[in-house]
Design a protein around this ligand. Structure first.
Ligand SMILES: NC(=O)c1ccc[n+]([C@@H]2O[C@H](COP(=O)([O-])OP(=O)(O)OC[C@H]3O[C@@H](n4cnc5c(N)ncnc54)[C@H](OP(=O)(O)O)[C@@H]3O)[C@@H](O)[C@H]2O)c1
Length: 326
């Protein structure tokens, strides 16, 4: 009988509950892929009295430290900065593998956490932090490790794309589109992170670090969100056959042997037939240019519980394999 891999789940919200459900529903599949069963030892939340669809209430705990201390793999899907960082650091120091979907934490503290993980000899995986189910981190960091990435550009924030798409294709006035996006759950109660381009900035920093290994921070991003746009901007773009999108981009400049990485997030008026202009509603698109591979295009859902859980669980399987093979 193989020893189970013990998994601590931090968070049972949109993403965490979807991860917990899949771990139960597809237990046999994961056991076969890992070579040992994955045992969900507990789920840390703030409110243990609240029922969460498909999550065994007996697994809910408030003492996240005690949970982390039992784990071979810590899966952090609680969000936020300080608490998530403390718990991830605790897991790493214990020798646990870590999986996280927390883009803001990684944008702020990723290099320090990666250094700590390297020192402890454990993995820190974060595919879900950028564009949810679309496997972009692995593509720029691993699949293209034998090539030279020259640029990355994309629609990486589904919420702002939903707003801009409503204006461009349905003719909804900009302020009304923002309000509708909020009502339909495409924007958080505080939509600043999306509308001001902070979410997109965190994602392009993570992608650029993965592609070029450069120690980039949020301060390196030339950032402009969509709040300054007016209906006049949309009318002008449309009259010129263009469509406004919030584009996140990263590219190299300067000497080939010591390239500089430039990062930007800003609204851009694109020709209608531009591949980035094709992103509809809340979808995401990423275009990666590499010296030998040429142009690669990745397209899909960049958010959602099940979609993000797909990426979290992929990382979890990889992390659990490291545990069983250690
Ligand atoms: N939602 C998406 O589509 C998506 C996509 C990509 C990445 N992500 C990332 O995934 C992470 C989770 O997102 P989400 O949408 O699932 O968030 P969420 O729905 O707000 O869920 C957060 C969960 O974490 C728990 N939690 C928060 N702070 C806690 C604390 N201090 N101690 C214990 N538990 C705590 C909450 O407990 P209670 O339930 O008791 O409040 C809740 O279960 C975030 O980093 C987010 O950026 C999300």
């Amino acid at each position: 009988m193989t020893t189970p891999v013990r998994v601590a789940l931090l968070g049972a919200g949109t993403v965490g509950a979807a991860v917990a459900r899949r771990l139960v529903e597809r237990a046999d599949l994961y056991a076969a892929r890992v070579g040992s069963p994955l045992e969900l030892v507990g789920v840390a939340v703030r409110d243990t009295s609240r029922v969460r669809d498909g999550v065994d209430p007996a697994l809910l705990v408030q003492d996240a430290e005690a949970l982390v201390d039992q784990a071979d793999v810590v899966v952090e899907v609680m969000g936020g900065l300080d608490r998530a960082r403390e718990l991830i650091e605790r897991g790493i120091r214990n020798g646990a593998q870590v999986v996280t979907a927390n883009k803001q934490l990684l944008a702020h503290h990723g290099p320090a956490l990666e250094a700590l993980a390297a020192e402890a000899g454990v993995g820190l995986d974060y595919e879900a932090a950028v564009m949810a189910a679309i496997p972009v981190v692995a593509v720029v960091r691993d699949s293209l490790a034998g090539d030279v990435v020259t640029s990355i550009s994309g629609i990486v924030n589904g919420s702002t794309n939903f707003v801009l798409d409503l204006v461009a294709r349905k003719g909804v006035p900009f302020e009304e589109a923002v309000r509708l996006a909020g009502e339909l759950g495409f924007l958080e109660a505080d939509p600043t992170e999306d509308l001001e381009g902070l979410d997109a900035a965190a994602k392009i920093v993570l992608l650029a670090r993965a592609a070029w290994g450069a120690p980039l921070t949020l301060a390196d991003v030339q950032r402009r969100g969509i709040t300054g746009l007016t209906d006049e901007d949309f009318r002008t773009a449309s009259a010129n056959g263009k469509v406004i999108k919030l584009v996140a981009s990263a590219w190299t400049s300067g000497a080939q042997d010591a390239p500089r990485v430039e990062l930007a997030v800003r609204p851009v008026a694109l020709p209608q037939d531009d591949p980035l202009a094709q992103a509809r509603e809340g979808s995401n698109v990423l275009i990666v240019e590499a010296e030998s591979a040429g142009t690669l295009r990745l397209h899909g859902a960049g958010a959602g519980g099940d979609e993000t859980a797909s990426a979290v669980l992929g990382d979890l399987v990889r992390a659990a394999r490291r545990v069983t093979r250690a």
